[in-house]
Design a binder for this molecule. Structure first.
Ligand code: SF4
Length: 338
C-alpha cells in the first residue's frame, strides 16, 4: 500500500493536490511508461487526468489492469470514433432550459452547481458537457425559483455533476437554504463520487448541514468496485447513514473493471456492510471516447442473471440504461438488443 504518498489530510488539501500527470501516476504505481501507448497523452489533454492520492492508495502496485486504475488512466482507444458514440449521448443540451438546470423527469429537477470533479472517470457521459456555459450564478437563482414555482409537480432537487461535494460547505449551505425556502421541495438528492475518492469529505460540518435540513436528504454515491470501499470510506458512509441520511449507490458496468457477477456481488455485500443500498447498475452511456468499456448485451444479460441468482433482492441494483428523451430510466434485464 502507498502509505508514503498519502497522509490523511483534510479534503480541501487533497483537492488541491490531485494527480494530473499520467507519468506521475504510473511512477507511483511502479508501472512502465509503456503503459501509455501513443495517443494516451492526447486523450489526457482532451479530458484531463484527475485523481486524488487517497484513491490511488486503493490501487495495487505493479498491476496495469487494476480495476480502479483502468477507470482513471487515459487510454489511446479514447481517440477512436465509433458509430453511435457521441458527445451528448443523453441529449442533455435539449433538457438544459436555464443555466445549471436540467429538467428531464417529471417530479425531479437537476442542478449542476459546478463543473468540477475530484476524479475524472474516463467513461463519464458528461465528459464533453459544456459546463462553463451552464453554471448558475447567484443572480440566476431568481430564474430557477420562478421555474420551480411554475412546475409545481417538482418536489425533488438533485445536485449533480460535476460533483456537488467539491463545493465548500458554505456554498452548499447557501443553495440548500434557497431550496428549503420553497415549500414544494421535499427531497434533496446529492449525487457524488467524492466520498468514494476522498472519504474525508464527509466532515462534521457537512454531516450537520445535511442532517439538520428540513429536506429529506439522500446521498447517492458512485462506486463501481469493492476495492474502492476501504474501511475509512465505509466508516464515513455508515456514519452518515446513522445520522438518518439515506445512502444509495449507483455503479456503471464497465468492461475490464467490474464485468463479473462475483465482483458485483462483492460490491453489493460491501455496500451493505457500510449501510448503503445498491440502487442502479447502469449500462455504459454511449459517450464518445468510452467505447472500450462497452460490454455486449448478451454478456450483460448473463452477468446480471448470475447476480440475481446470488443475492437477495434488496441487494440487487436495478439494471438500467438512460435513453435520451425518455421520461424515466429504462429497465433492461431480459432485453438482449440494448
Ligand atoms: S465523478 Fe461523476 S461527473 Fe465526475 S467524471 Fe466521474 S462520473 Fe463524471
Amino acid at each position: 500500500m502507498l502509505n508514503y504518498l498519502y497522509q490523511e489530510q483534510n479534503w480541501q488539501a487533497q483537492m488541491s493536490d490531485l494527480i494530473t500527470d499520467p507519468l506521475e501516476l504510473l511512477e507511483i504505481l511502479e508501472l512502465s511508461v509503456d503503459q501509455l501507448l501513443s495517443g494516451a497523452i492526447l486523450a489526457s489533454q482532451q479530458f484531463k487526468l484527475r485523481v486524488p492520492r487517497a484513491f490511488v492508495k486503493k490501487m495495487d502496485i505493479g498491476n496495469p489492469l487494476d480495476p480502479l486504475l483502468l477507470q482513471v488512466l487515459p487510454h489511446h482507444l479514447e481517440l477512436e470514433e465509433h458509430k453511435g458514440f457521441v458527445t451528448d449521448p443523453l441529449g442533455e443540451e435539449q433538457a438544459n432550459q436555464i443555466p445549471g438546470v436540467l429538467h428531464k423527469y417529471k417530479s425531479r429537477f437537476l442542478l449542476t452547481l459546478t463543473g468540477a470533479c475530484a476524479v475524472h472517470c474516463r467513461y463519464c457521459f458528461r465528459r464533453h458537457f459544456p459546463y462553463q456555459e451552464n453554471l448558475p450564478k447567484s443572480e440566476d437563482w431568481l430564474n430557477i425559483k420562478n421555474y420551480l414555482e411554475a412546475h409545481s409537480e417538482i418536489n425533488e432537487v438533485i445536485l449533480s455533476g460535476g460533483d456537488p461535494l467539491t463545493l465548500s460547505n458554505r456554498k452548499l449551505a447557501l443553495w440548500i437554504e434557497r431550496l428549503e425556502s420553497l415549500k414544494q421541495i421535499k427531497i434533496l438528492r446529492i449525487h457524488s463520487r467524492v466520498p468514494i475518492v476522498i472519504p474525508e469529505r464527509i466532515d462534521e460540518e457537512l454531516v450537520s448541514l445535511l442532517k439538520n435540513s428540513r429536506l429529506r436528504v439522500i446521498l447517492v454515491v458512485h462506486s463501481n468496485h469493492p476495492a474502492e470501499l476501504d474501511d475509512l470510506t465505509c466508516s464515513k458512509l455508515s456514519y452518515l447513514a446513522k445520522q438518518n441520511i439515506l445512502v444509495l449507490n449507483q455503479a456503471v458496468l464497465l468492461k475490464g473493471v467490474n464485468d463479473s457477477a462475483q465482483t458485483l456481488v462483492d460490491l453489493s455485500q460491501r455496500l451493505f456492510e457500510a449501510q448503503i443500498l445498491p440502487y442502479y447498475l447502469h449500462v455504459l452511456d454511449k459517450v464518445k471516447g468510452a467505447h472500450h468499456f462497452d460490454l455486449g448485451a448478451e454478456k450483460i444479460d448473463q452477468i446480471y442473471k448470475d447476480v440475481l441468482a446470488s443475492l437477495p433482492g434488496y441487494l440487487v441494483p436495478k439494471l438500467v440504461r438512460e435513453v435520451a428523451g425518455e421520461n424515466n430510466k429504462t429497465p433492461l434485464f431480459g432485453v438482449t438488443t440494448f
